[in-house]
Ligand binder design. Structure first.
Ligand code: BGC
Length: 800
C-alpha cells in the first residue's frame, strides 16, 4: 500500500506529525500516538499549556521505575507490570510506549540510572524482555531505548562514546539483543550520542547491520526526541521515524531526486512506520492528532478516526492477560483525557495501585539486619521514633521524560501509624527539609525523639533535584544535612533502622552504626504503604541489588573516564563494569551485586550439572528456607572463567559473569528446585580478531549463590571450545604458531635441522615467544625468508 503513495507522502511518514503523533495518510495509514514512559504512562493533557507533559500529565499509575523493578529479579512481575501499562496506554489512547530503557549502569553518577535496570546486561535483558512481552501482550507496542551506549546525561546530545567492540558486544548491546530476539519489540529508539565517531541515528552498522541483519529486528527504529542531525544520512542508515518532526521532509524528496538516497529506502522506512501505525494505532482522541503542524489543509491528513484501522490487527489485548488487570471496553477509551480527569480513567485504579505496591515490596532490598531487628513487632510495647521528611513526603520517581502524574500517592508515616498496635507508641519528627535548608531546631527535635525511643526509623534519601534526566550526579553522597542527622541519631545509642530513598547508588557513609538498612529505591506511588508493611513484617523484603554499592565513588571502574571531556567519553574500563570489575580485582565493596537479605535464611544444596549437548549444560540445585518465616530467595548462577591460557594476564577476562537467576518463594522448612540452562553463548566472549563469539577450550566453573560475593555451590567443568583455530601468517608470533594444530608441528619440524637435537636455551625461548615468524630470519635458526614463506603457504592449504 505504501508503494502506491507519492514520494512526498512516503517521506512524510518518516517523520512525526507532532510531539507524540505520527503522520496519517487518509484512507491509507492511521496516526499513531506514542507516549513515555517506562514506568507509567505520561500522556500530556491536551488542554494543558505543558505540551511535553513533564510537570503535569493525565494521571496514570506510577509504578516503581526500572531501578526498583529490576531489584525484584522477577521477570513475571515485570511482565505483569507491562500488561498493566498496556491497559493504561490503551485507555489513554496510546499505541506505543516509549520504554523500557535498558542502558547499563556504567557509573553510579549517570543521572538516569533510575530508569535503567542493572549494571549487568543479562539481568537488564531478562527484565526488559519480560516488560516488553507484558506491554505487547496488551496490544500496545514497546519501544526499547536508548540504542546504544547512552550511559550518561552529560553532553548527551553530542558526546562521542569511544567503546571497543568487545565491550559493546558483551556489556552494552546484549540487553537490546536479548529483547529483540526474544520479545520482538515494536520499536527501538536510537540514542542521541555518537558511537565511535558517528551519531547513533546515522550509524548503519548499529541500526541495520547489527539490529536488523544480525538480530532480525523487523520493527521501527525511531529517533530519540531530537536525535536526528542529518535526515538523509539517518534514513540511509536505517532510521525509520524522526521524532518530533523538524519540517524537513523536502530533504528526503530532494535526496531521492538527485540520487543521494534510493527511493526504495524511503519506501521501506515509510512501510515500516505504516505497519506500526496499522498495528498499534488507537482511535485518535484529540482533534488535530496526526496532522502536520504546518500542513493542516494539505489533505486533511489524519484528523479522522479511521474505523477500519482502529479495529486493526493486533490492537486487541490478549484476553488472558487483560482479565486480571481491569480492562474496560473500548467504548470507554473514546475520550481518555476527559475520563481520566473526571476520575474514571478506564482501568482498575485500585488493582494497579496494588500491583505498584507489590513491585515496591518485592524490590526493596534489606541490606543489613543486625540481631534481626526487623521486622518490628506491631504488637510489642515499644516507642518508635519515625524520623525524616521522606517518611511523610515520599520520593518515589525520578525527573524528566519518565515523570508520571500518579493516580494517588502513599506515604509511609500514615501507614506505619495504621499498622502499629495499641502498645506501640509512634512519634514523628521531620529532621530536615527536602530542599537542604539547614534547620537546627528540626534536627534537634529528631535527635531528641530518637534518644527517647527504643527504635528510630530514619528515612533518608536523595531529593528530587538530585536525580533527573539531563544531568549527571557529581557525587554519591546523601545531602550533608541528612548525613549529619544520621550521625547524630546513631550517636544517641538507640538502634536505628535506616530507610533509603533514591534511584542512584548512595555512599555508605554513616551506615555502619545503624542496625538495619532497608533500601526502597524509588518505590512508585504505593511505595509508602509497601515500606511500612515491610518494616512491620506484613511482607518480607524480596529485592536484591542490581548495582554494586562501592565503599567510595573513587572505587568505581569508570571513575577516571566519566563523563569524559572535549566531546568524547572513553569507556576505558572496557567490559569491567560493576561486579565484573570489583570481583576481578577483589576490591572491597559495601554491598555486592545481587545482595539482599530476607527475614529468613536459605541454604543451597545438591548442585547437579549435566551435559545437554555441545557446550550445553543443565544446572539444577535445591534451595531450602532454613529460618522460621516466609521469604523469597534469588539464586544466582555465575560462570567463572580461569585465565584463558597459561600466558594470560589477570585482567584477561572478568572473574565471573551472571548467566541465570531464579527467584523462589518458600515457607519455613520448604525446599524448591532452581533450574538453569547454559548455552554456548554463555561460555563465549567476543573475539575482536575473529569478529565473532568464541569459546576457548578449557576449564570453567559454574557458581550458584546469593550474590556475586556469596557463592554457595560450585562445579568445575570443561569445554572443548568451539573448534575454531585462529589463522597464522608471517606476522603471527612463535607462541601463536606453536598453538596452531597444523602450524605448530610444521614450525617445530622447520627448526629441527638448525637445533641439531640440542634443547633451546630457555631465555632464548622466552625472548622468541613474542616474535613474529617473519622476524626469525634475523636469527641463526635456519629460517630464511623463503623457508618462512613456504611455511605460511603450507599452513594456508589447511582449512582452519
Ligand atoms: C528521552 C527519551 C524520551 C523522549 C520523549 C527524550 O529526551 O531521552 O527517553 O522517550 O525524550 O520524551
Amino acid at each position: 500500500m505504501v508503494r502506491e503513495l507519492s514520494l512526498a507522502e512516503q517521506a512524510s511518514l518518516t517523520s512525526g506529525a507532532g510531539m507524540w503523533e505520527t503522520v496519517a495518510v487518509p484512507g491509507a495509514v492511521p496516526a499513531l500516538t506514542v507516549s513515555d514512559g517506562p514506568h507509567g504512562i505520561r500522556r500530556p493533557d491536551p488542554d494543558s499549556a505543558d505540551e511535553l507533559g513533564i510537570s503535569e500529565s493525565i494521571p496514570a499509575t506510577c509504578f516503581p521505575p526500572a531501578v526498583t523493578l529490576g531489584c525484584s529479579w522477577d521477570p513475571e512481575l515485570a511482565r505483569r507490570v507491562g500488561a498493566a501499562l498496556a491497559v493504561e496506554a490503551r485507555a489513554l489512547g496510546v499505541g506505543v510506549i516509549l520504554g523500557p530503557g535498558v542502558n547499563i549502569k556504567r557509573s553510579p553518577l549517570c543521572g538516569r540510572n533510575f530508569e535503567y535496570f542493572a549494571e549487568d546486561p543479562y539481568h537488564a535483558g531478562v527484565l526488559g524482555a519480560a516488560l516488553v512481552t507484558g506491554i505487547q501482550s496488551g496490544g500496545v507496542g514497546a519501544c526499547v531505548k536508548h540504542f546504544a551506549a547512552n550511559n550518561q546525561e552529560t553532553d548527551r546530545l553530542r558526546v562521542d562514546a569511544d567503546v571497543d567492540e568487545q565491550t559493546l558486544r558483551e556489556i552494552y548491546l546484549p540487553a537490546f539483543e536479548r529483547i529483540v530476539r526474544e520479545a520482538r519489540p515494536a520499536a527501538v529508539m536510537c540514542s542521541y550520542n555518537k558511537l565511535n565517531g558517528t551519531y547513533a541515528s546515522q550509524l548503519r552498522w548499529l541500526l541495520t547491520a547489527l539490529l536488523r541483519d544480525e538480530w532480525g529486528f523487523d520493527g521501527v527504529v525511531v529517533s530519540d526526541w531530537g536525535a536526528v542531525n542529518d535526515r538523509v544520512a539517518a534514513l540511509a542508515a536505517g532510521l525509520d521515524l524522526e521524532m518530533p518532526p523538524t519540517g524537513t521532509d523536502e530533504q528526503i524528496v530532494d535526496a531521492v531526486h538527485d540520487g543521494r538516497l534510493s527511493a526504495g529506502a524511503v519506501a521501506t522506512a515509510a512501510g515500516r512506520v505504516a505497519a506500526l501505525a496499522h498495528r498499534y494505532a488507537t482511535t485518535p482522541h484529540a482533534a488535530g492528532a496526526g496532522t502536520k503542524p504546518d500542513a493542516e489543509d494539505a489533505a486533511g491528513v489524519g484528523t479522522k478516526p479511521d474505523a477500519e484501522h482502529a479495529a486493526g490487527a493486533g490492537t486487541k489485548p490478549d484476553a488472558e492477560h487483560a482479565a486480571g488487570v481491569g480492562t474496560k471496553p473500548d467504548a470507554e477509551h473514546a475520550a481518555p483525557a476527559d475520563a481520566a480527569r473526571a476520575g474514571t480513567p478506564g482501568w482498575d485504579v485500585d488493582a494497579h495501585h496494588a500491583l505498584a505496591a507489590e513491585v515496591a515490596r518485592s524490590s526493596a532490598v534489606l541490606l543489613k539486619n543486625d540481631g534481626a531487628l526487623l521486622p518490628l513487632d506491631p504488637a510489642a510495647a515499644q516507642r518508635i521514633a519515625v524520623l525524616g521528611e521522606l517518611a511523610r513526603t515520599p520520593r518515589y520517581q525520578g525527573g524528566g521524560s519518565s515523570h508520571v502524574t500518579p493516580t494517588r500517592l502513599d506515604a509511609a508515616w500514615p501507614e506505619l501509624r495504621r499498622l502499629a498496635g495499641e502498645r506501640t507508641e509512634l512519634t514523628f519528627a521531620a529532621g530536615y527539609h527536602l530542599d537542604g535548608t539547614a534547620d537546627a531546631e528540626l534536627a534537634a527535635a529528631a535527635v531528641g525523639a530518637a534518644a527517647g525511643a527504643d527504635v528510630a526509623v530514619l528515612f533518608l534519601g536523595l531529593p528530587d533535584a538530585a536525580e533527573s534526566e539531563g544531568v549527571d550526579r557529581t557525587s554519591i553522597d546523601l545531602p550533608a544535612d541528612q548525613l549529619d542527622l544520621l550521625r547524630r541519631v546513631t550517636g544517641t545509642g538507640t538502634r536505628v533502622v535506616l530507610v533509603l530513598a533514591g534511584g542512584g547508588v548512595l555512599a555508605p557513609d554513616g551506615w555502619w552504626d545503624t542496625t538495619a538498612i532497608l533500601a526502597g529505591f524509588l518505590p512508585g506511588q504505593a511505595g509508602g504503604t509497601a515500606l511500612a508493611q515491610l518494616l512491620f513484617g506484613v511482607h518480607a523484603p524480596a529485592g536484591r541489588l542490581t548495582e554494586t554499592i562501592p565503599l567510595r565513588l573513587a572505587d568505581t571502574p569508570s571513575y577516571l573516564h566519566f563523563p569524559g571531556r572535549d566531546g568524547h567519553v572513553r569507556y576505558g574500563e572496557g567490559r569491567y563494569v560493576g561486579y565484573r570489575y570489583f570481583d576481578t580485582v577483589e576490591r572491597e565493596v559495601a554491598y555486592p551485586f545481587g545482595h539482599g537479605l530476607s527475614y529468613t535464611t536459605f541454604e543451597y544444596h545438591d548442585l547437579d550439572v549435566r551435559a545437554a549437548g555441545e557446550n550445553r549444560w543443565r544446572v539444577e540445585a535445591t534451595v531450602t528456607n532454613t529460618g522460621d518465616r516466609f521469604g523469597h530467595e534469588v539464586a544466582q548462577l555465575y560462570v567463572a572463567f580461569p585465565a584463558m591460557t597459561g600466558d594470560a594476564f589477570p585482567g584477561d577476562r572478568p572473574r565471573h559473569e551472571l548467566r541465570g537467576f531464579a527467584k523462589v518463594a518458600l515457607a519455613p522448612g520448604e525446599s524448591a528446585p532452581v533450574r538453569f540452562e547454559l548455552a554456548p553463548r554463555d561460555l563465549a566472549e567476543w573475539s575482536v580478531p575473529r569478529g565473532d563469539w568464541q569459546i576457548v577450550a578449557g576449564g570453567f566453573t559454574v557458581e550458584l549463590g546469593a550474590s556475586s560475593r556469596d557463592i554457595r555451590l560450585r562445579a568445575e567443568l570443561t569445554t572443548p571450545g568451539d573448534g575454531y583455530v585462529p589463522p597464522v601468517g608471517p606476522m603471527s608470533t612463535v607462541t601463536e604458531w606453536l598453538a596452531h594444530p597444523v602450524g605448530g608441528p610444521l614450525f617445530t619440524a622447520a627448526l629441527a635441522p638448525a637445533l641439531d637435537g640440542q634443547p633451546l636455551d630457555p631465555a632464548l625461548v622466552a625472548l622468541a615467544r613474542s616474535l613474529p615468524l617473519a622476524k626469525l630470519s634475523m636469527f641463526p635458526v635456519g629460517l630464511t625468508p623463503a623457508r618462512i614463506a613456504d611455511l605460511v603457504a603450507q599452513v594456508a592449504q589447511h582449512p582452519s
